[in-house]
Design a protein around this ligand. Structure first.
Ligand SMILES: Nc1ncnc2c1ncn2[C@@H]1O[C@H](COP(=O)(O)OP(=O)(O)OP(=O)(O)O)[C@@H](O)[C@H]1O
Length: 236
């Protein structure tokens, strides 16, 4: 296997009297799509903030394959700029023709080629999330962090977006870390699923990305069982 893009070793994070994380250990490999799942308050978002270097761990070490790694985060709230057109949200109004051409090509990749000159307010929830993904991808990130990006979408749109995001990440060979409460979403989208509970990674299993519904269901059931019963072996 290739060298990891990043490795978390014995990571701890304390906020005042609250120990949010203790002893988190895992690596993320180039081109891999991993999902962190677990109940609310388990520490998933804290791990994401540490990997994004928005905060530092209290203990332990995160090793990055390179110091100047380009990382982008996509949140549940799309954070689009409503006063810019959709294509300008990708090009940031750059007058550079190369950047403009890239923005148009990206709209095509995310299936919004017909919406270039409209505004985000006229897009559906799923379209807004695709535009937010396109904006993150414009930076050519080596690492994409997805923090519950589909949490606000209705069930059908969410399902479509799972397939569309997984495909875009796969086609671009992006290294991706997804945070979700939804075990089926994790099983469907990820190569590897890691369960975070009470501030530590208690279990990991191969995901069922691109596989049939029965396999996705089996992985999701197993992961759910582990989340509900922590006294389970550490590898599925
Ligand atoms: N800035 C902070 N100050 C104090 N406590 C915090 C802070 N950030 C997180 N915590 C605490 O750390 C624990 C882990 O929080 P975190 O948001 O990482 O969990 P999570 O698994 O992402 O939850 P959710 O799924 O609800 O987003 C929680 O008990 C939370 O209250």
């Amino acid at each position: 296997m290739s060298e990891p893009l990043l490795t978390l070793e014995r990571i701890g994070k304390v906020y005042g009297a609250k120990m949010a994380l203790h002893d988190v250990n895992f690596s993320l490999y180039p081109g891999e799509f991993i999902a962190l799942v677990g109940m609310s308050g388990g520490g998933k978002s804290t791990i994401l903030r540490l990997i994004a270097q928005l905060e530092a761990p209290t203990s332990g070490e995160i090793t990055f394959a390179q110091s100047d790694m380009v990382t982008r985060v996509m949140f549940q709230n799309d954070r689009l700029l409503p006063w810019l057109t959709n294509v300008q949200n990708l090009s940031f109004k750059s007058s550079d023709p190369t950047q403009q051409a890239r923005a148009l090509a990206m709209l095509d990749t995310i299936g919004l080629a017909d919406f270039a000159n409209g505004y985000p307010s006229a897009l559906s929830g799923g379209q807004k999330q695709r535009l937010a993904l396109g904006r993150a991808l414009m930076a050519d990130p080596q690492l994409l962090l997805l923090d519950e990006p589909l949490g606000a979408l209705d069930a059908l749109t969410r399902r479509k977006m799972q397939a569309s995001i997984a495909k875009i990440c796969h086609d671009q060979q992006l290294t991706t870390l997804l945070i979700t409460h939804d075990v089926e979403e994790a099983a469907r989208m990820a190569d590897r699923v890691i369960v975070i509970k009470d501030g530590t990674n208690i279990y990991e299993a191969d995901g069922a990305k691109g596989q049939d519904a029965a396999t996705i269901g089996t992985v999701a059931e197993r992961v759910l069982e582990v989340i509900l019963n922590p006294a389970t072996p550490a590898r599925g």
